[in-house]
Design a protein around this ligand. Structure first.
Ligand code: UDP
Ligand code: MG
Length: 315
């Protein structure tokens, strides 16, 4: 295979409405670079016509390749697979729905040529997304930063350029739960950003409903922070302190006064409240144990069903 400079990685899940347009726009942009490139479409187990469309693209365009998963493994896994299949000096990750304008890639490449090894796209505006999504995203990124020791830039998605060296470093991280944008911050190297306005989705609808967003958020936090586990220490200490003081008061009342001890309601309230707290803490521990379990099983991150356009294709 000849030498490739740019590898574009595009995770795709049920994007039949946009995939042809994305390919066209990406190609137009990449052709202006006058350097060799490849486009790797990672089909994340689409159930619509996406797979057929990508195969058609690969047939007509020798720069396009496809890796398709045996089922849906998730966006972050698709990105990881794309990195593993990429052969270029640089890997550029971009969503298939044209929310990240392909034109920004040229700015990223310019930064790379200046010597930066990671160039991430920072969103100035997000068009066509609900107020709720923008709000929750904003809050989440800030909580994440509060909880973690790695500096993960805010308002940044997975749209970014990474040098081959960074890519190698990421591939050497064995963890199964992959929160890619955090891992990229974690590995370091010379990083910078370019700003852009996030467009509306070209067509189709978001694959991140609330449930997925929540999962993604917990993944991010638990991958990069132990702090939730320590909340119980904090809670527990405060509580013991107060109960100790209160115990002295109670004993005093019992021995030296004849104050009436009343309050079934208050006792119930306290019991219920702290049982709630205990269960939440158990749940948090459970989440971490679940992740240890996932790592211990050491299953492969994904299973490839089919590839097109690589040296020894699997079909
Ligand atoms: N995606 C994927 N697997 C999934 C969900 C999404 O590969 O399980 C892809 C999707 O096709 C798109 C990108 O990840 O290219 C981002 O998804 P989406 O646009 O739905 O997320 P949003 O932009 O709404 O956060
Ligand atoms: Mg999108």
């Amino acid at each position: 295979m000849y030498h490739i400079v740019y590898s574009i990685v595009i995770p795709v899940f049920n994007e039949e409405a946009v995939i042809l347009e994305s390919h066209k726009r990406l190609k137009t942009i990449m052709d202006t670079c006058n350097e060799s490139y490849e486009m790797i479409f990672v089909d994340d187990g689409s159930s619509d016509n996406t797979l057929e469309l990508i195969k058609e693209i690969c047939k007509q365009d020798s720069c396009s390749r496809m890796v398709s998963f045996s089922r849906n493994f998730g966006h972050q896994t698709a990105i990881t697979a794309g990195m593993e299949f990429a052969t270029g000096d640089v890997v550029i990750i971009i969503d298939a729905d044209l929310q990240d304008p392909p034109e920004v890639i040229l700015d990223m490449i310019a930064k790379w040529k200046e010597g930066y090894q990671v160039v991430y796209g920072k969103r100035l505006q997000r068009k066509g997304e609900t107020f709720f999504k923008k709000m929750t995203a904003k809050i989440f990124y800030r909580i994440l930063n509060l909880l973690t020791d790695v500096e993960i830039p805010v308002d940044v998605g997975d749209f970014r350029l990474i040098d081959q060296k960074v890519c190698e470093a990421l591939k050497s991280l064995p963890e199964r739960n992959r929160y890619v944008r955090g891992l990229v911050s974690w590995v370091g190297f010379r990083q910078t950003s370019v700003t852009y306005n996030r467009e509306e989705r070209f067509a189709g609808e978001t694959k991140y409903p609330l449930r997925q967003m929540f999962r993604f958020a917990t993944d991010g936090i638990t991958s990069f922070s132990h702090k939730p586990l320590k909340i119980s220490i904090f809670f527990g200490s405060i509580l013991s302190m107060f109960s100790f003081i209160y115990m002295i008061v109670v004993i005093y009342q019992k021995l030296f006064t004849n104050a009436v001890i009343s309050g079934w309601a208050s006792t119930m309230a306290v019991i219920l409240f702290f049982n709630g707290v205990t269960l939440i803490m158990l749940g948090i521990i459970g989440v971490y144990i679940g992740r240890i379990y996932d790592e211990a099983k050491a299953r492969p991150l994904y299973i490839v069903g089919e590839t097109v356009g690589f040296d020894n294709d699997k079909s």
